[in-house]
Design a protein around this ligand. Sequence first.
Ligand code: MF3
Ligand code: CO
Length: 291
Amino acid sequence: MKRNELCWCQSGKKWKKCHYPQENPNFRASLADEYWKKYKIRIKTEDQIKGIKAACLLNAQILDAVCLMAKEGVTTKELNDYANKLYKDAGAIPAPLNYGHPPYPASICTSLNEVVCHGIPGPRVLQNGDIMNVDVSTILNGYYGDCSKMVTIGTVSPDKQLVVDTAYECLMKAIDVVKPGALLSEIGEAIESHAHNKDCSVVYQFVAHGVGVEFHENPQIPHCRNRLRLPIVEGMTFTIEPMINAGVAEAVIDPTDQWTATTKDKKPSAQWEHTLLVTSDGYEILTPWTK
Ligand code: MF3
Ligand code: CO
């Protein structure tokens, strides 16, 4: 929003005289208080940020290592086993294991082709032409990191390559929106407009989220167009993780395992994810995986 516009908080004051981001530490403390009381959004302290950064860095390293192992002939269970070893060696805990209801039964998610997210590792052998999202989430010293990226196996079809590339571009365009004073709705706007330019659709049933002290914190951040006029403030840590489909936007959850989400029309889907810290003038990517 602009400095002279009326503040989003409905005080009737100009933004620059109200919630405009300021250097003053008292302002920071009172804003953190307000975000907690009104929205249950945690503005992180310096100590929390240190812990979250370490968890995120380790998480990105595990993701990169697991993805290097993703080759034709390897099973997704083998990737999960390898991730378990890496978590253990680092003194960390896999956040997905036993998470939610019913408890998620593995340590990472491996979502192939038409699987939108929350694919459960198993006996499936990676084949030439597959695309796969690998999603890793780590708990280190009580702090959380969350990120994911796509791998392609051998030669993939043009429609699969299109969702893989478009989902990456959507993530990066959305990240570029992030700075104090920008509205959370600008994230979904950036994603949906780019996806539509590429004739792709945006999954609306799963959202990005605050992360760091817990796995899934407020705010929930939609990747599709929305009216969430909530200003981003310094010290927030959250993910952006757009799921982009080649066909229809709708995802269907497997009624048996109650986790695996698949595109309704079985066309391919792709997702990339970072955890971000909001800084005084923009953002820091806390999960620097290599593309
Ligand atoms: N990045 C994914 C998410 O935030 C990680 C899912 S792990 C699971 O939903 F345990 F929830 F499956
Ligand atoms: Co996430």
